[in-house]
Design a protein. Structure first.
Length: 233
C-alpha cells in the first residue's frame, strides 16, 4: 500500500480517470461529486476515515465521479491485483468488501429519499444524525458533537439547496434548540429531537448507534445564535 497526502480542495481523483488502484481514506473528510456542464456541482457522498473513495473501480476502472478533499486528507492506495489476490485467498476479506458496498448503497438510498421526500429541515437533520453516527464509529466525534468543516456553499452542494435556503434551515434548527453550530463544530443539543425531525433510523449504516448525551438547551442559547447568519462555520 502507498500512503498519500492531499491538501484541502485538492482532487483525489477526477471523473473519467482510470487507475489500477483503489483508495482508502485514513484521515480527514472527502466528498464524491458530479459536475454539470454549467459548472454546478452536486456532492453525492461525504467520506469519513475508513471509507473507500473508489471501491467500484476495483471492477469498473473508469471513474464516473470525482473526489475532492474537504479537509487535508491522508489515504492509502491498494493495487487492484493485490486486492484481488487477497479476496481470492480470504473469504472474510471478500465479505467485508461486499458489506462495505451494501452499506454504501444504503447510504445513497437514504440520501435519495431525503432529496426526494423529506422536508428541507428533515434532510439536513438526517445528514447531521448520519454523520454523528459514522464519525462516532471511527472515533472522530465527541460525546455530543462533531467537526464539520463545510462552508455554506459546500453544504448547499451536499443538500441540493441554495445557500440562502441552507442558511434559513440552519436558523430553524438552532431556534428549535436541537443543534448549535459554531466554528465548524456541530453540537447536538437534543439528539431525540433531531432524530425525530429526520425520522432517523441508523440500521441502514450497519452500526450500533451511539446516542449523544443531550445537554440543556438553555445552557447553549447564546452559542446557538453566535455564528454569523451568512457564513456557516
Amino acid at each position: 500500500m502507498r500512503d498519500r497526502q492531499f491538501g484541502q480542495d485538492q482532487d483525489l481523483t477526477r471523473e473519467g480517470d482510470r487507475s489500477p488502484n483503489v483508495t482508502l481514506l485514513t484521515d480527514g473528510l472527502a466528498a464524491r461529486y458530479k459536475l454539470l456542464s454549467s459548472g454546478r456541482r452536486q456532492i453525492t457522498t461525504l467520506l469519513v476515515p475508513g471509507d473507500f473513495l473508489d471501491l467500484s473501480s476495483f471492477l469498473v476502472p473508469r471513474r464516473d465521479f470525482g473526489v475532492v478533499a474537504v479537509t487535508a486528507c491522508r489515504a492509502v492506495t491498494i493495487d487492484n491485483e493485490q486486492l484481488r489476490r487477497i479476496c481470492e485467498a480470504d473469504r472474510a476479506a471478500s465479505y467485508l468488501l461486499w458489506t462495505e458496498t451494501c452499506i454504501e448503497a444504503a447510504i445513497q438510498r437514504e440520501w435519495l429519499v431525503s432529496m426526494g421526500r423529506r422536508s428541507a429541515k428533515g434532510q439536513m437533520a438526517h445528514l447531521f444524525c448520519e454523520l454523528m453516527v459514522r464519525l462516532a464509529a471511527v472515533g472522530r466525534s465527541e460525546a455530543s458533537a462533531f467537526h464539520l468543516p463545510l462552508t455554506q456553499n459546500e453544504l448547499a452542494d451536499v443538500l441540493g439547496m441554495s445557500p440562502v435556503h441552507v442558511n434559513r434551515i440552519l436558523k430553524e434548527l438552532r431556534r428549535d434548540g436541537v443543534i448549535a453550530w459554531l466554528n465548524y463544530r456541530i453540537e447536538i443539543l437534543d439528539w431525540q429531537g433531531l432524530a425525530d425531525v429526520a425520522e432517523f433510523n441508523p440500521a441502514y449504516l450497519g452500526l450500533q448507534s451511539v446516542v449523544p448525551v443531550s445537554k440543556p438547551v438553555a445552557a447553549h442559547a447564546q452559542d446557538a445564535t453566535a455564528a454569523p447568519a451568512q457564513t456557516v462555520k
